[in-house]
Each structure stands twice: as C-alpha cells, then as structure tokens.
Design a protein around this ligand. Sequence first.
Ligand code: 9MR
Length: 473
Amino acid sequence: RRLRWWSIGLVLALVVAGGALAGARSLSTTEDVPALTDEEGRSLTLRGFSTAGSAKQAPDGLPDLRPADIEAEYADMGTNFVRFLISWRAVEPEPGHYDQAYLDGVAERVDWYAERGYHVMLDMHQDLYGTEIVPSHAVGNGAPGWATHSDGLPIGEHEMWELYYLDPGVIRAFDNFWNTTGEHPELRTHYVGAWEAVAERFADEPAVIAYDLMNEPYGGSLQGPAFEAGPLTSLYQSAADAIRTVDDSTWLCLEPQAMGVNWATPTGLGPVDDPRDGPARIAYCPHLYPLPMDLGSGYTGTTKTLVDGTVQTWLTNTLRTSERLGDVPVVLGEFGLDTTKPGALEYVDAVYDVADDHGFGVAYWSRDPGSWGPYDAEGEPRNLVAALDRPYPRSVAGAVGAIDADEHELTFDVSPSGGLTAEVYLPDDFSPGPGRPEVTVDGGEVSGWDGTRRVLEVMMDPEASEISIRAGS
Ligand code: 9MR
C-alpha cells in the first residue's frame, strides 16, 4: 500500500514539474486547432456527453436512454453532440457474425439524436478489456468473451476499478489482443472487421460525424511510446484502411493510451494516414483525469494548484500532438468528476474555458444519473446543469477560432467562407425577458432566431475576423 502511494506521488510530481517546464516555455493561450466540419464544410463546436455508462453491462449493449432524455438535455444545456458508447462484444457476438439487430438499436438511437440536430461520435468502448474479464465485479466491458484470453492468470479484487489494469490476467488479455504473446494474430483482424461492419452501416448517416476507434487503449505489458507508436498506431491504420473501403467521409478519432496520458504525460501515438480522397479526416481525442481527482480529491487548496499544473501540461501536450498528427482537430472525449466535491464546478468551468480557448470539442463523462452527471436518479437536474449551460457557436460557415464565453457576452474568432452564417446557442439567462433576446452583434447581424432551440443565426460580415454578441441593445 505504501508503495502504491509513493508511486502515485512520483507520477504527480513529474506531471507538475512538467507543467512548470511547459509554463516556462510560455505557451501562447490563443493557439487553437481546426474544428471538425460537417457535410457542408461548416466548422462545428461540439458540446455534449458520453452516453452512457449504462450500456457497458446491458445485455443488449444499449444505454438506458429515451427520446425524452435527449429533449431534456437539450432544453437544459443546449448540447449538440453525443459520444455514444458501442461495444465490440455487441457488434460481433460470435467470431465473424455482425449483429444487425444490435446495429438497428444503435441506428434507432442515432435517429433520435439526428432528429434533434445532434452530431454523433460512435465510441468503441472498453474498460479492463471485456465483460468477461472480471464478471463478478461488473467493471470490465468491451471485448466479446470469445476474444478474451487471460490464460488462467490471476485477477484480484479492488475497490478502485483502475487497479484491475495491473493484474496479470488483465495484462495477459491485452497482450493476446495486441499479439505481444504471438498466440492471437486473429484478434486485431476481428476488431478491424467489427469497425468495418459499423462503418458500412453508418456511412450514409450524416448525423454520425466520427468514429472513436478505441476507448482508453491499454498496452498490457507494452507501455508508453513502445505501445502507442507500435501496435496501437498500426491498429488505427488498419482500421482507417478498412473503414475507408466503405465510408470515405466520417471523421476518425484517435485516442492515446489512457494510463499516464489522462494524467497529462505526453503521448507517443504516431500519425495515421487517411486514405480518403481529399483532406484527411483524422482527429485526436484524448481524455483528461488529473490524478488527484482520480483519487477522489476536490478542486481546492494545494490540490487545485496541482490540478491546474496538470491541465496546463495536458494542454501543451495536446496541442503538440494535434500538430504532430497533421494539425488535426481535438475532441476532449472525456473529463468529469463527482460534482459534490468542493470546487468541482469551478474545475468544470476551467476545463470548458480551455476547450473554448483552443477550439476543442467536449464530451463530458457522463450522461448517467448520479453524482458525476447532470441529473440525479430521479431525473432531477443537478448542479452540473447550470455549469454546462454556456453560450457557444454551434456551427460557423468557414473557420472558427478561440471562443470567449461569459454569462452575457459571447465572442469568437472567425474566418467566414462558403456561406456567411453562424449558429449560436444562447442559454435562457443570456439576455433577460421572454422571446427573441435583445442583443448587440459586432462583426455581423442577426438573421434569425429559433426560440424553441434558443439558436440565434448571425449573418457574418465577409471581412469579419471576430463576432461578438452582447446582451442588451
Ligand atoms: O465511471 C465509471 C465507473 O462507474 C465504472 O466502474 C468504470 C468501469 O466500467 O468506468 C468508469 O467510467 C470510466 C470510463 O469508462 C472510461 N474513462 C474513465 C471513466 C471514469 O473512471
């Protein structure tokens, strides 16, 4: 036990020292990455939730979700994005058999989102390899049983679910998947085949904007750059090649290994070539879980200082990785915490400010009811709702840059092209009074208002480089 805390302390010290060094190199705070684009080439600011953890153990692999839940989410927070959990075990329950009934279920839910103006990223989720790795504890999910080979090695019992990652049986299941053991070259081929089946199904569905190729990859006995630049990059390349035989437009989202990188260490992921005609549609989708918060702390005092250092280091590394992978868009695929902890909402604000500043999409973890989520078990809104209900430009014709969101003012950098409208979500309390909000716009003028969705349409001046919308006239 002492050793564990000692090693955690060491990692933390390294992360914070890294943050100090990065700070000394003075990262420009205005540096931003390109946004993901939709079919019309409009730049999208993606704001939403990972939905949902309830799919992980569900026999049918589908989340506990109704159309009314999406409507409530929109009414309360104006989201336009969902990172929707799917699983390899549900796509390919038997080797080489792709379950179309499951994909029908996914498609039905994608429609619910599409009808409400959402963009969907399908996330091939896993934690601790698969459902059958520690069945008694219901923490593992992802891979099918037939693809799970722990070779009889032991798996312990842990309160912190992440610690199962260090057990020999879990490590061996991953070593077999990556074929580090040399015993299972077929498993990666199956995984890629499962992705091709998913892509074939959703290639013509414009609401599906991205495929998140693997949740929180873990290398087993291969770690860090040896894993990421090796088998992980090569799996992503094989998946990209296979997906592009059936789908040449959906974005491909690459996650780094989770261990370390979620705490802000740099990733060794290599670039992936997009074989589509035209510009690559590759994005980088890291997660952010500062270690003190993984261990249950709030965001106050010394911990706040440590967490701020972690976030700064994570940002520096993320911007560098975006550049190294070919100036690719960034989606923060997961961050989140128990918002009953002191300072939690301040942390949520700080992370959204970072995403706004640098043009990152965000999927908060997660949409499930409970102390991390926007609703409690009875479906009543929790404190997180107010924190996430922020103004933002949902889509912009041309490029969108840094966003600065305040309670009564929203400013964002633009470079209009191919049409001149920007669609902006404004929360209820952005400007007082019912009906169309009283606003002053610099850089363009109001050309429409959808009162049900609270979306303001702005016709941008062709020369505008910044749009600013203020409450009041
Ligand atoms: O919050 C989730 C927790 O309740 C589960 O026990 C655990 C294992 O399934 O997964 C947690 O969710 C994690 C997600 O799947 C991957 N990224 C980190 C999330 C928070 O720990």
